[in-house]
Design a protein around this ligand. Structure first.
Ligand code: NAG
Ligand code: NAG
Ligand code: NAG
Ligand code: NAG
Ligand code: NAG
Ligand code: NAG
Ligand code: NAG
Ligand code: NAG
Length: 814
């Protein structure tokens, strides 16, 4: 998804905390992770503490318009430290439930808790420079309290260090607060003194999803070994806050109406008084489960450093399936690479065993935000670096189909999210299927789920596809399609981009059908994947090139948008950075292309680039047209459809041009900076702003991170099939260990240097290799790909017809 505006940053800059001495450098890739990359200018990166795919993601929340993931490096004050977040999202601010906020004694005059400011906005505290490392986040608040947090899978352990001399540490827990203020009844909490010698608070609330339908309930279990000196419960009645004194010696319960704020203020008898450790278990099912998770995962509330180092060790275990030789590689490149890989593992969240929606022995993952973003890069990455997780994700998705009727595109906080474009879970599944991911997966059910998407229509704003009947009749989804059954509840837009996506989704169904021996089905879906050509208007032209994807009416006439295509001249550059860039979102006026232009979507035929090469006028035109696409500003790397085009030169035998293109994109748009730039130059830097601060757009659940990882590894997945397009590695040697097969694939770039960036020749397992693409079996079999690097573009390697990546029409998938 795209951010709609640029927030001009103010000051604060986060720093990654220095490496700990606990691991030898080679085994501690966590030392290179800078969690603050992408926390400015709409990257919406989650900088807080989580485990890989962790349910609990705890961190500070900034009082900022860009706080989709909680903390923002823009110097805005902190409203709380909450337990749940998402990474890189483009919808409303996500989660941020059950925030804590510590107060110093002078903030609550006369040691009266009713004098502490609890209003969300007014209570916000300025802060100093935060620090973060995998599994840890800390921030010094200007009220003198240092707030730190570390995590396990389902629990957070907070450590608040109060100003020295504090006699009674004060803490706020707001039960009704999340980042977007979505609380709705019911909610409630119970304070039980003297449990485990301290205090236990259990409770829950009901909230709304940040980019979806319905509501969700989530539960907490808070424990501290400190005893209560005093406590106040507060709730909002007819717009004003009312307090109830809690007797520290008795159990206290409250049910909350639909009004916010409501929660608790505590004054503790803490020993030592300056340090207060608070454990917070979270469950999507019940308070009992939240307590059980907390007790099991963090038995010792004093063990902050143990939890912190265990979290880091878990991160290193996951990061270490990839190893790189860093000889001659800058620290900056290492930071960029490992921070990007780290982000690819933040979402989705593994809440297996904690899904209240249905009873199942299958895994359950949440926070797909959205598959439209992640299927292209994140899930293919798991297929080589984390296949065990990917198998669980596939099983979980198939189980969503079993229980809700369709595969999802977006799903968050147990709710259905808004579908962006095609039914791209189909391509996520075909990607895993063609890569031999099988562990525990019922692929017949997987296939049935894909066919369901393609043939039965539900409410396509949240599941499956729309325009199925029209497309079956016409071979495309027409503008203003009215065939939906039942009527779609969302915008009936994106007809052109959805046609392209459905065509490619169908290709994936064909691949799975073929593998399962369903020959007739495979033929049917491969044929449907040719639908893209029905929207190819050979006469549409722009910037010297003709032939573009254009929407059509159901009667077959080309559709011209009266707002842009004046005098019936179609504008393929609309929605690109040069014209109407911010027009094409998921809203009723969003038009017929989603988050990218016809210029960009007209490349989106990953199943059959050979046919596209013909359609545009041959390889020379295709190559020149790609050059123009980048040079004339139509390309947009800030959204995911912009990823694949950077590698397309391989389809016309020009892998060295891919090297140049990807190099330029990485240099310009992906970096380790999270610093502000000078506000007075802001206007002139607006266009450049995308490149100045880490990421060119929302991280989108690690999608931007995963693109960066692939580009550094030296090859890029054509998601949905087992094809990888070669560029060049940024490390002299890379190994990738496949957890599923136990085999290790090796990529060696001999002679790689700042100038030796082009492949001269290659061998695969010692035999000459001239193809400019590789297949997935390299990773399952543990092959060795050796590349000889040089400074000039070799005019023969990877350039012959036989070296081109597979296309349907030239028999590449037979
Ligand atoms: C308490 O917080 C206030 C407001 O942030 C601050 O001005 C004051 O210096 C703090 N007191 C101590 C002892 O840190
Ligand atoms: C307490 O709140 C939770 C979360 O909204 C809800 O599921 C539960 O029914 C509530 N319990 C009572 C007794 O109101
Ligand atoms: C997901 O969670 C389940 C239940 O806690 C666990 O058994 C499984 O190993 C987890 N998967 C991964 C990839 O961590
Ligand atoms: C779209 O279809 C609806 C229902 O048939 C119709 O009322 C509306 O005028 C159409 N819009 C356009 C722009 O043709
Ligand atoms: C699909 O099948 C139809 C009918 O046989 C045929 O006309 C069309 O060319 C086929 N399309 C592709 C892309 O194979
Ligand atoms: C392009 O224009 C020519 C001449 O007007 C016409 O014959 C042809 O059908 C048009 N092609 C498309 C795809 O509209
Ligand atoms: C198709 O429908 C559109 C919108 O109603 C109309 O402008 C166009 O003239 C029609 N084309 C034909 C060939 O009837
Ligand atoms: C260029 O590539 C061809 C084909 O791989 C190879 O035979 C030749 O040696 C390469 N040239 C150089 C200078 O390495």
């Amino acid at each position: 998804m795209k951010h709609l505006r640029f927030a001009l940053p103010a000051v604060a800059v986060g720093v990654a905390s220095a490496s700990t001495a606990a691991y030898p450098a080679a085994a501690d890739p966590a030392q290179y992770v800078n969690a603050f990359i992408g926390t400015l200018n709409g990257g919406h990166v989650f900088a807080g503490a989580t485990l890989p795919w962790g349910s609990v993601k705890a961190g500070a929340d900034s009082l900022s318009g860009d706080n989709q993931a909680g903390y923002v490096s823009d110097g805005t004050p902190i409203t709380g430290i909450s337990q749940l977040h998402d990474d890189g999202t483009g919808g409303g601010a996500s989660l941020g439930n059950f925030p804590f906020l510590p107060y110093n004694t002078s903030q609550c005059a006369d040691n009266n808790l009713q004098n502490c400011v609890i209003d969300h906005t007014n209570r916000a505290v300025p802060h100093g420079t935060p620090s973060a490392s995998p599994g840890y986040f800390g921030i010094p608040l200007n009220n003198g309290v240092n707030a730190e947090v570390t995590v396990t899978q389902h629990a957070a352990l907070h450590r608040f260090t109060y100003p020295s001399g504090t006699k009674e540490p004060i803490l706020l827990l707001e039960v009704t607060r999340d980042l977007s203020g979505s609380y709705r009844a019911p909610g409630n909490y119970t304070v039980s003194p003297a449990t485990h010698g301290g205090v236990r608070v259990t409770g829950g609330g009901t909230f709304g999803p940040s980019f979806g339908e319905g509501q969700y309930a989530v539960y907490f279990c808070m424990d501290t070994t400190a005893t209560l000196a005093q406590a106040q419960s507060f709730s909002t009645v007819s717009g004003s806050v009312e307090y109830t004194t809690v007797n520290p010696k008795q159990t206290f319960s409250a049910t909350i109406g639909s009004n916010s704020p409501a929660g608790l203020l505590f004054g503790f008898n803490s020993v030592p008084a300056e340090t207060l450790n608070v454990r917070m278990g979270i469950s999507w099912t019940s308070t009992a489960k939240a307590c059980a998770y907390a007790e099991e995962e963090i038995p010792n509330l004093g063990g902050f450093n143990t939890v912190k180092s265990d979290a880091r060790a878990r991160w290193n275990e996951v990061l270490n399936t990839v190893q790189v030789d860093d000889t001659g590689v800058s620290e900056d490149t290492q930071t960029l690479f490992w921070s990007s890989l780290y982000r690819a593992y933040i979402s989705p969240t593994n809440i297996t065993g904690d899904n209240p929606l249905w009873v199942s022995t299958e895994p359950y993952y949440d926070s797909y935000y959205c598959i439209w973003d992640s299927f292209r890069v994140v899930h293919p990455l798991y297929a080589i670096t984390a296949p065990t997780t990917q198998a669980e994700v596939v099983r979980a998705l198939i189980d969503v189909y079993r229980n809700t009727g369709w595969l999802p595109d977006c799903r968050m906080s147990l709710d259905m999210g808004y579908t962006q474009g095609g039914s791209n879970a189909d391509s996520l599944l075909s990607d895993s299927y063609t890569k031999g991911i099988t562990a525990g997966i019922n692929w017949e059910d997987g296939y049935a789920a894909m066919v369901q998407d393609a043939t039965n229509e539900g409410d396509f704003s949240v599941q499956g596809r729309g325009g199925i009947a029209s497309r079956a009749k016409l071979g495309y989804v027409p503008f203003n399609d009215t065939s939906d059954n039942p009527p779609n509840e969302g915008p009936n837009t994106r007809s052109a981009s959805r046609t392209l996506e459905y065509a490619y989704n169908d290709f994936g169904i064909g691949l799975v059908a073929k593998g399962l021996g369903k020959t007739a089905d495979a033929q049917h879906y491969f044929n449907k994947s040719g639908d893209w050509f029905n929207l190819w208007n050979a006469n549409a032209s722009n910037s010297g090139y003709s032939g573009f994807i254009q929407p059509r009416w159901s009667n077959g006439s080309w559709y011209y948008d009266p707002r842009y295509d004046l005098n019936d001249v179609f504008r393929p550059d609309h929605c690109s950075p040069v014209f109407g860039h911010d027009d094409c979102f998921l809203n009723p006026t969003g038009g017929e292309f989603y988050e990218a232009s016809s210029w960009e979507y007209s490349w989106y035929v990953p199943q059959d680039q050979a046919s596209l090469v013909k359609a545009v006028g041959g390889p020379a035109t295709y190559s020149a047209r790609l050059d123009a696409f980048f040079a004339d500003g139509f390309h947009d790397i800030g959204d995911e459809p912009g990823f694949l085009p950077t590698y397309l030169y391989n389809y016309v035998g020009q892998p060295a041009k891919t090297v140049d293109r990807v190099d330029a994109i990485l240099n310009q748009y992906f970096n380790t900076r999270q610093a502000s730039f000078l506000p007075f130059r802001a206007a002139s830097l607006l266009m450049l702003g995308r490149s100045l601060n880490g990421l060119p757009g929302n991280d989108d659940s690690g999608a931007m991170g995963a693109y960066t990882v692939w580009s550094h590894l030296g090859f890029y997945p054509v998601a949905g099939q087992a094809t990888y397009l070669l560029n060049r590695p940024y490390f002299p040697k890379i190994t990738i260990r496949n957890e599923a097969t136990g085999k290790t694939a090796t990529i060696i770039a001999h002679g790689l240097s700042a100038t030796n960036i082009y492949v001269q020749s290659a061998t695969l397992n010692g035999k000459p290799y001239t193809k400019n693409w590789i297949s997935h079996d390299i990773f399952t079999s543990g092959s060795t790909l050796e590349l000889q690097m040089g400074s000039s573009k070799n005019s023969t390697w990877g350039t012959a017809e036989a070296d081109l990546p597979p296309s349907l029409s030239t028999g590449g998938f037979d």
